[in-house]
Design a binder for this molecule. Structure first.
Ligand code: ZN
Length: 112
């Protein structure tokens, strides 16, 4: 009763082959990278995304790393590839609904 179910969830964005520094090989190598979007939810309705993580498998040594923050320090051509890994539109659903309600209230308040 009155319990609000909320928290954060993860959804995959895309998988790609990227040039990533491997801590095991101590060199830049091609790796399979799966990027995941982390978002807040209330009653499983996405509110807004807050960060991206990557699961990385080194193609040379097979080292698997999970939940690595998806940041410029991870990938050498981060600027080029970050556009391929946008948060899915539905992770903004709650923020969209909220702004719609606010706008609706403002409009309603101005109609006399
Ligand atoms: Zn490696």
């Amino acid at each position: 009763m009155g319990l609000i179910i909320y928290g954060n969830r993860q959804t995959p964005i895309a998988v790609d082959e990227l040039f990533v520094r491997c801590p095991c090989c101590e060199a830049q190598n091609w790796a399979d990278v799966m990027v995941l979007s982390n978002y807040y939810h209330i009653y499983w309705i996405p509110i807004f995304p807050f960060e991206k993580n990557a699961n990385i498998i080194c193609k040379k040594c097979g080292l698997k790393r999970y939940g690595i923050p998806f940041t410029p320090s991870l990938i050498s051509n981060f600027i080029e590839v970050k556009g391929n890994f946008r948060h899915p539109w539905f992770t903004y659903l709650g923020a969209g609904i909220f702004s719609f309600i606010v706008i609706a209230i403002v409009i309603a308040a101005n109609i006399k």
